[in-house]
Design a protein around this ligand. Structure first.
Ligand SMILES: [Fe+2]
Ligand SMILES: [Fe+2]
Length: 376
């Protein structure tokens, strides 16, 4: 089926073009994983090796036969919907509420899908523009990771939710700023740190609250890959930002502040409520007032703030902006621990699946033997 028919609103022209600036860079300095080159860049080559080892295929790792109810795709508590507890919610029939859950999940996962496509394009941009070969190698594996993620979210949306939303204006604006900038570190900062950092926190919150096995597995497996992406962004930027002047660092901080405001606005989901006849101003007010969403918004910065601090962007203006957003204290979160947990959780889900398959096989064999003994 054509995707266009599944869009709730007309996404407009089916192509979006962002003019590129900046140079394609080659290097004749060749290196490979495991080589003793004394360059001190072994960490990046090790990450490239890991990127190759950990590729997986959604067609075999994910059981797409798992059922999903389109009217309640995630099974998350209704408190997570901004309309919950308002007079609108009280007036809604159970059928309307089902529609709202479907729209909200479609909106959320559509932004994941569009973000993954953006990540793929940014990773490819990094392959082109980054000066060193080890970083190009690594980024090539990430480009493939992001392609697989976009593939998975597209399949989930089309086959299981049956509905898509166009890209959110704020996400589009940040993608545009990130890709239009000619400085080679900007795709890292905009994409790897801001857009992915935010997506990762959102994936994590849904992964940990959904009661449905299919979205849970999808999110856990995607997050296993994202842990490498964040590690790469941190490694590359931490080294580079040490060499920048104060003025150059302040420019990056301004970009981060602007990006964080765009990210906060991208999270309101007011476009969903507009489809239910609620004017934008009122919809925005509901998302502000909801206790649940206030906490959700704060937690969404849990992966960005410690990362920004870690790469050396922590000037007074940025600190002030984080205080205003109410997320300053997240700077002390332990990113390494969070990432290690993400990887473990995916492996644990695999182990559970293998154990379930194993016991199903054992039961089948026992059944066949019993039937044989009974002379069937
Ligand atoms: Fe991704
Ligand atoms: Fe990623």
């Amino acid at each position: 089926m054509s995707t266009r028919e599944l869009y709730v609103q007309d996404p407009g022209d089916s192509r979006w073009t962002v003019p590129a600036t900046g140079a394609a860079r080659f290097t004749w300095e060749a290196m490979y994983p495991g080589e003793k080159n004394g360059s001190g860049r072994d960490r990046l080559l090790a990450l490239y090796q890991k990127g190759k080892d950990k590729q997986w295929d959604a067609a075999t790792r994910i059981d797409w036969d798992l059922e999903v109810d389109p009217k309640d795709p995630l099974g998350t508590p209704d408190e997570s919907l901004s309309l919950y507890g308002t007079p609108h919610w009280d007036r809604m029939t159970e059928r309307d509420r089902g529609d709202l859950r479907q729209h909200y999940a479609a909106w959320q996962f559509s932004q994941f899908l569009h973000g993954e496509q953006g990540a793929m394009v940014c990773a490819a941009r990094i392959v082109e523009s980054v000066p060193d070969l080890d970083a190009k190698f690594y980024s090539a594996t990430q480009t493939m990771d992001e392609a697989r993620h976009a593939e998975i979210y597209a399949r989930f949306l089309k086959d299981k939710i049956g509905m898509l939303y166009p890209v959110n204006d704020s996400l589009k604006a940040l993608l545009d700023d990130t890709l239009a900038d000619s400085r080679w570190d900007m795709p890292y900062l905009g994409m790897q740190v801001l857009i992915e950092g935010l997506a990762l926190a959102a994936f994590g919150m849904i992964r940990d609250t959904t009661t449905r096995p299919l979205p849970k597995r999808i999110l856990a497996y995607v997050m296993q890959d994202e842990a490498r992406h964040v590690a790469f962004g941190r490694m590359a930027l931490r080294d580079y930002y040490r060499q920048l002047t104060d003025v150059e660092l302040r420019e990056r901080e301004e970009f981060v502040i602007e990006g964080c405001h765009l990210m906060r606005d991208r999270l309101r989901g007011t476009e969903v409520l507009e489809n239910f006849g609620i004017p934008p101003a009122e919809a925005a007010e509901f998302t502000e007032r909801s206790e649940f969403l206030r906490l959700f918004r704060k937690l969404l910065f849990s992966r960005i703030v410690p990362c920004v601090k870690d790469i050396g962007l922590w000037g007074p203006r940025l600190q002030r902006a984080y205080l205003d957003l109410g997320v300053f204290d997240l700077g002390d979160a332990n990113l390494d621990l969070l990432m290690a947990q993400d990887e473990e959780l995916a492996e644990q889900l695999d182990a559970e699946r293998f154990a379930a398959e194993e016991s199903a096989r054992t039961a089948e064999v026992a059944d066949a033997i019993a039937r044989g003994a009974a002379g069937d």
